[in-house]
Design a protein around this ligand. Structure first.
Ligand SMILES: Nc1nc2c(ncn2[C@@H]2O[C@H](COP(=O)(O)OP(=O)(O)O)[C@@H](O)[C@H]2O)c(=O)[nH]1
Ligand SMILES: [Mg+2]
Length: 291
């Protein structure tokens, strides 16, 4: 499994505060951002179909925010599609506390460039307490492609062949090709206590399906005291505008780097399938990447 860190703001403090030379650094980042955007926009999956990526994580870990942030970078304005209907705790208001809907978001490229080869699926959070969170079998059903778009999950009523819209024989387009675990860095200790077993089971079952997994850490800005002081410094700074811009671009670069990684891990799924089709020699086991 690969870990992609949405990490601390940039070490712009290391530059002499007096010099105020943040502009070259900012333009380097801007160039990197443009490079990543172009790479993501032009990426073609090995099998020609777009990849579906499933975001999994506890309620409030930042799944919807991740999707909205990526969409916003490409659209050039703040988009909140994935957050619509969310309460501050991450639950979708419209469908009640114990239900949530499977929603797939195409990641559109820059204006006029059409969609990227990536779509992201948002589902309800993982179970932290009995009676809450997405059912384990429902997660596997989504990954295998049985769950229809718009399906309303209910922890006490798992998806089954009689469920409206259930896909009996999902095609490659319906399946999930990469799973992204979205984890709040400030809550890793409580995840360890409450969700360790769930994560282990998920890792085993998802690996058995040949689907690669990536972990994204969110809320790093809150997790790290050093970062917190960076953020505070920003507001004190005399070159506040420039530094905030630089920080924003840095965040975008981190997000885009995560998307770049995700896209490549999703493509590994297609490459693995293609080599399986070549016969037993090409049947490579699921690889694990410890980032
Ligand atoms: N400070 C901070 N807040 C975040 C971050 N990611 C998400 N959030 C906030 O955390 C809350 C829950 O995020 P959301 O995406 O709805 O979580 P979900 O339940 O996993 O979909 C929202 O208020 C987000 O704005 C992050 O990296 N840093
Ligand atoms: Mg959400």
């Amino acid at each position: 499994m690969s870990a992609v860190l949405l990490e601390a703001p940039p070490p712009w403090r290391q530059q002499s505060a007096a010099s105020g030379h943040s502009a070259p650094c900012c333009s380097c980042r801007l160039r990197r951002k443009e490079q990543l955007m172009s790479k993501i926009c032009s990426y073609k999956m090995s099998c020609g179909v777009p990849a579906r990526v499933l975001l999994l994580g506890p309620v409030g870990s930042g799944k919807s925010n991740f999707i909205s942030s990526v969409q916003s970078i490409f659209s050039g304005r703040v988009l909140n599609h994935a957050m619509v209907g969310s309460s501050p705790t991450g639950f979708t208001k419209k469908v009640g506390q114990n239900q949530s809907t499977l929603r797939t978001f195409t990641i559109n490229g820059k204006k006029g460039e059409g969609p990227t080869a990536l779509s992201m699926c948002d589902v309800m959070g993982l179970r932290e307490r009995e009676g809450t969170g997405i059912n384990f079998d429902d997660i596997l059903a989504v990954i295998k492609g049985h769950a229809p778009e718009g399906h309303k999950f209910c922890p006490s009523r798992p998806l089954h062949p009689g469920t409206a819209g259930y896909r009996e024989d999902p095609g490659v387009n319906d399946r999930v090709h990469c799973v992204v675990f979205v984890l709040d860095a400030t809550r890793l200790d409580s995840y360890w206590l409450g969700l360790r077993g769930t994560f282990q089971r998920l890792r085993e079952h998802i690996s058995d399906l040949g689907v690669h997994q990536v972990a994204v850490l969110t809320h790093i800005d809150k997790a790290c005291a050093l970062t917190a002081s960076d953020v505070k410094d920003v507001y004190k700074s005399v070159t506040i505008q420039r530094k905030r811009l630089s920080q924003r671009i840095h965040k975008d670069v981190l997000l885009l780097s995560a998307v770049d990684n995700i896209q490549e891990y999703a493509d590994l799924y297609f490459q693995d399938q293609a080599s399986k089709d070549l016969g037993p020699c090409g049947n490579t086991p699921t690889r694990e990447f410890i980032g």
